[in-house]
Design a protein around this ligand. Structure first.
Ligand SMILES: Cc1ncc(C[n+]2csc(CCOP(=O)(O)OP(=O)(O)O)c2C)c(N)n1
Length: 688
């Protein structure tokens, strides 16, 4: 005989209790059907089934308010279902929700993500489900940023972050819990300890028995709960959620649970015994709860049986809906990669006018250094739009490693200028989460060499969430960073890694060479609805130049012909533009007329301006400070060949850094990257 259930004490009606049972059953039936459809190859790809763990998602999500938020995992069907089901007001809405889930797994246009995400990336951002991720632990920083946004917006909302025991061994977990605890963020982290990370028992990967104990290291509230008991989960999560809502900070809750199927369908489950599986099935969450409802006199066995029969029909209907739905049209392949964000014709025209004005300066302009231009840009945007804030290492009192946030902390305080722990992944991931929740973060990663530490968060979450979630979100964040050689600080602080960032669809890349470009491009990046990787150059921060006194932006994808010429085109960006201009000046004395095109943004790429210049000169030299192998200039050369091959009088020449880690010693460092002389040699070569 199980303990009698007192619904009044739980704050539930009979209908509420039956709803929880129904949700768990819906998940179980859904997963059983998915298992079957996977086996018949009707559902393609990987699906990690949630059967066995139903009480965790259903109990935890039942403790949320309607406008609270969740983030989910590769094993996310249960989370998605419970969130949608809790919000569905009518029978029709419930059925629609169920149908859309199965349609998404079947890759159909009627699915939640329009077939772009599938099982591992299912999301319903409109209903506060900020999405699942195929990267273990990848959602934890995003949830943390979503919590930061709720705190900054004073929304009173709480974020529930689900993840597995395996994910609790990732750096994301530790970085995020540390930050969330110190900043007292309204996030409840629910670790679903189903004992295994794929095949490896959690106890083989950690000296601590209870994952919840890890919270002690971060001064965080924590609890362990029976994940097979929906009421216990609901109570424990409920307390944590209300504490977070009241400003009491985050909690780590460990739900002890079990997945009935293997990790994925191909898993033979050789790492666990039939006896172990049987013991957990004996404690099945659905049967136990149904039994308690009957034994406590809350409902009859007949009512339970009738509910089960109805749900059988519902899953058949969902399958029928999914399989009769159309697939997405391949002609819409690139839909949702970038948020449509249109600069006006007046923006383009005004920028051209101001660009001319600022070449020489004069009335309506003032002279600034490159780093001051960046401060002006951020300051103006922060004054213009209260959603804009800055976060990163030493961006506060220190003013940024290169002075590009100097004075902003003094003016805006910690509310808007946040010094973070040295936690690159969580800096970037928090920016993703905050951006998805309506803020406009400008996150600084001190050196571009450190951006690989945050690569998953920027490239897999930030750049892809809009696309993978069917265009239902935007991620308007800017990652400010700097790169380049010149200060004898060797290859961990001197590289030019922009090619990495141009590789991923879904993120723009800017590399300004002048104060005018730096200010106008940063302001535009902050206003853009897409993620932007904004890469400054450490040797440009003290460069002087003119900027307009008035507000202006530089639309993305507009190159600047910084010097006109007729014999040869040099295409470059960032610091190498200045060296190219010097080379052009010196070659002019030899009667060679060089046109210098500064791309300003590598993505989007202004091929129109490049092509127009190639048609004029017939000869191109690409100059970059990046390693020669795989540099962005290689991509540019290919685009030139594809688009204006007939106008070329000679093969494209590239002048790039040596394929050598940037050395510390000055003569070696100088030899590593293109000098003015090497650029001049390249120009002579293409003319020969
Ligand atoms: C960063 C990363 N590493 C490895 C994988 C491959 N992988 C997918 S799920 C998984 C196990 C995750 O275990 P856990 O976090 O406990 O979640 P569970 O699968 O048990 O729900 C692994 C190793 C991945 N997708 N992402």
């Amino acid at each position: 005989m199980t303990e009698k259930l007192d619904l009044t004490q739980e704050g539930l009606t009979k209908a509420d209790a039956l709803d929880l049972l129904r949700q768990m059953w819906e998940i179980r039936m859904f997963e059983n059907r998915v298992y079957d459809l996977l086996g018949r190859n009707v559902i393609k790809g990987a699906s990690h089934l949630y059967a066995g763990q139903e009480a965790v998602a259903v109990g935890a999500i039942s403790a949320l308010h309607d406008d609270d938020l969740i983030t989910s995992t590769h094993r996310g069907h249960g989370h998605c279902h419970a969130r949608g089901a809790a919000l569905a007001g009518t029978e029709d809405e419930r059925v629609e929700h169920y149908n859309k889930m199965l349609a998404e797994l079947c890759g159909r246009l009627t699915g939640y993500c329009l077939g772009r995400g599938g099982s591992m990336h299912i999301a319903d951002v409109e209903k506060g489900n900020l999405g699942a991720t195929g990267i273990v632990g990848g959602n934890i920083p995003v949830a943390t940023g979503a919590g930061l946004a709720q705190q900054m917006l004073k929304s009173g909302r709480v974020v529930l972050c689900f993840f597995g025991d395996g994910a609790s061994n990732t750096g994301n977990f530790h970085e995020s819990l540390n930050l969330a605890s110190r900043w007292c963020l309204p996030v409840v982290y629910v670790v679903e300890n189903n004992l295994y990370g794929m095949s490896v028992p959690f106890c083989n990967t950690s000296a601590l028995l209870d994952i919840a104990d890890r919270a002690c290291a971060y001064g965080m509230q924590h609890a362990v709960v029976d994940g097979m008991d929906v009421m216990a989960v609901r109570r424990t999560v409920g307390e944590a959620v209300e504490r977070a809502r009241e400003g009491g900070g985050p909690t780590l809750i460990e739900a002890k649970t079990y997945r009935y199927y293997g990790h994925s369908r191909s898993d033979p489950r050789a790492y666990r015994t039939k006896e172990e599986e049987g013991e957990w099935r004996d404690r099945d969450a659905i049967e136990t709860f149904a039994g308690r409802l009957v034994e406590s006199g809350i409902c009859t066995q007949e009512e339970i049986d009738a509910l089960e029969a109805k749900l059988e029909a519902q899953i058949d209907e969902a399958q029928e809906f999914a399989l009769s739905s159309p697939f997405p049209d391949p002609k819409d392949l690139d839909k949702f990669v970038y948020a449509p964000f249109h600069w006006t014709e007046e923006d383009y025209a005004r920028e051209r006018r101001l660009r001319q004005l600022c070449r020489e300066g004069g009335p309506g302009t003032h002279e600034v250094r490159y780093n001051q231009a960046l401060v002006e840009a951020a300051r103006e945007e922060m004054l213009r739009d209260e959603r804009v804030f800055i976060m990163g290492e030493d961006v506060g009192l220190y003013g940024g490693a290169y002075g590009a946030t100097r004075g902003l902390f003094q003016e805006f305080g910690f509310e808007r200028v946040k010094d973070t722990p040295i936690s690159e992944a969580t800096i970037a991931g928090s920016a993703v989460g905050a951006a998805m929740c309506g803020l406009r973060p400008v996150a600084e990663i001190m050196y571009v060499d450190f951006t690989p530490l945050a690569m998953d968060q920027i490239a897999n979450q930030g750049a892809k969430n809009r696309f993978m979630f069917g265009g239902k979100t935007i991620v308007p964040m800017v990652i400010r960073t700097e790169g380049g050689a010149g200060r004898s600080i060797a290859a961990h602080h001197s590289q030019s890694l922009e090619a990495l960032w141009t590789h991923f669809p879904g993120i723009y890349v800017a590399m300004p060479a002048t104060p005018f470009d730096a200010k106008g491009l940063l302001k535009a990046a902050i206003r853009d609805d897409n993620p932007v990787m904004f890469i400054e150059h450490k040797m440009l921060y003290n460069e002087q130049g003119y900027v307009p006194d008035d507000d202006y932006i530089i639309p993305y994808g507009v190159a600047d012909v910084k010097r006109e010429g007729s014999d040869v085109t040099v295409v470059s960006y960032s610091r190498m533009v200045l060296r190219a201009l010097e080379a052009a000046e010196r070659l002019a004395e030899e009667g060679i007329s060089v046109e210098v095109v500064d791309l300003r943004t590598l993505k989007p790429l202004d091929m129109d301006t490049v092509a127009a210049s190639v048609r004029k000169t017939g000869r191109v030299v690409g100059v970059t400070e990046a390693y020669k192998t795989g540099s962005f200039i290689n991509e540019l050369a290919m685009r030139i060949q594809e688009e204006v091959f007939d106008w070329l009088d000679a093969p494209v020449v590239r002048v790039a850094a040596a394929d050598v880690p940037v050395p510390m010693s000055e003569p070696l460092e100088d030899a590593c990257i293109p000098s003015v002389e090497r650029i001049m040699d390249g120009i002579r070569q293409v003319l020969a």
